[in-house]
Design a protein. Structure first.
Ligand code: FAD
Length: 314
């Protein structure tokens, strides 16, 4: 069976949930082979094997010193050397760029923001606010597929993984842009937005920079907090929490939209959520077309009641 390369997302050696989802999707296609960049591959070997990785290709941390290009050179080299069936990455902004560059090097095609993948590499996309599902397949070369976090449920399938050190000779172009500083965003008590099972987002309807009505409901649910661009542009919430076309893409089990109209650009970042609950005082708000459950009302009345009720039941 051909190998399917999976670029591992990890923070300080801890494998992110999305990688376990990618390994699950990779198993449908072939033998998952994790590609680890940086230190700590041996320590993470067991976790990767738990989700079916039979190989862990470990590459030098030096690749992280440069902006995206070295990762693409590594993935393209491995894909060719190992005759891989496909390359899977998470659909983060950085990895989508890695995916595009890798596909160019392989002379193949790239599919991004994929929400599901079949054994014969047909990729599913959800578009127009989830109203349309499209299917696409790369017809030439080794397909490179960027899969959205929280799209494919992770299922363990224990395997034995061996670690193999790999190296790539970086081109001058790959080392042209060097990372000079990394700013680690403060890690709050809440789950990371793109990985969270529940997201509670606030929009212009919140009405001020006092986002506590959103945060209180999020904390009652153990959720991450998100925001619409209108709320971010108003300076009410930091921009790393923006959900949408120009923000983060989320796909949680539950997405709660408080005072968000449901503009197409906002939908682009949350339309694949499994359950959508909207609270909006306008019964005609477009978010209700997308919502599984809708409450027409003032969020400042509805959300605190919901928070109180959830806290009572805990
Ligand atoms: P509004 O559209 O103003 O909606 C506010 C809603 O709150 C209304 O429906 C109103 O009825 C309701 N409301 C008001 N008060 C209350 C209350 N007390 N209780 C309950 N409901 C209330 N937007 C994004 O979100 N993410 C993006 O990534 C993004 N990218 C963009 C990229 C481009 C190129 C462009 C052009 C736009 C982008 N936008 C994005 C902006 C997008 O078009 C919308 O303007 C934005 O999503 C609106 O945010 P909102 O729903 O919070 O505000």
């Amino acid at each position: 069976m051909a190998e399917v390369l999976v670029l591992v997302d990890h923070v300080d050696g801890e494998v992110k949930k999305v990688t376990t989802e990618l390994l699950t999707a990779a198993r449908r296609v072939g033998e998952p082979a994790a590609v680890w960049i940086g230190d700590g591959a041996e320590a993470a070997q067991a976790r990767l094997a738990e989700f079916g990785a039979v190989k862990v290709y470990a590459a030098s941390a030096e690749l992280n010193d440069y902006v995206v290009a070295p990762k693409a050179e590594l993935l393209a080299k491995l894909a060719q050397e190992k005759s891989a069936a496909a390359v899977l990455v998470s659909a983060t902004p950085e990895n989508k760029e890695v995916a595009g560059r890798t596909a160019v090097k392989l002379g193949s095609g790239v599919l991004t923001d994929v929400v599901d993948l079949t054994a014969d590499l047909v990729a599913e996309h959800s578009v127009f606010g989830g109203a349309v599902v499209t299917h696409a397949k790369v017809r030439t070369g080794v397909p490179v597929v960027a899969v959205r976090p929280n799209s494919v449920p992770a299922e363990p399938a224990p395997a034995q993984a061996e670690v193999e050190q790999v190296a790539v000779e970086l081109s001058a172009a790959a080392t042209a842009a060097r990372v000079v500083e990394r700013v680690v965003q403060e890690k709050g008590a809440r789950p990371e937005l793109t990985e969270a099972a529940i997201v509670v987002s606030g929009g212009r309807g919140v009405g001020s920079d006092d986002f506590s009505v959103v945060e209180n409901l999020a904390d009652a649910l153990g959720a991450a907090v998100g925001a619409s661009r209108a709320a971010v542009d108003s300076g009410w919430y930091p921009n790393q929490f923006q959900v949408g076309q120009t923000g983060k893409t989320v796909s949680p089990n539950l997405y709660v939209a408080l005072g968000i109209s449901g503009a197409i650009q906002h939908r682009a970042g949350m339309q694949t959520s499994k359950n959508i609950v909207a609270v909006n005082k306008d019964p005609e708000a477009p978010i209700f077309e997308l919502a599984d459950f809708g409450v027409v009302g003032d969020l400042h009345t509805v959300a605190p009641q919901l928070t109180e009720e959830i806290n009572k039941r805990r």
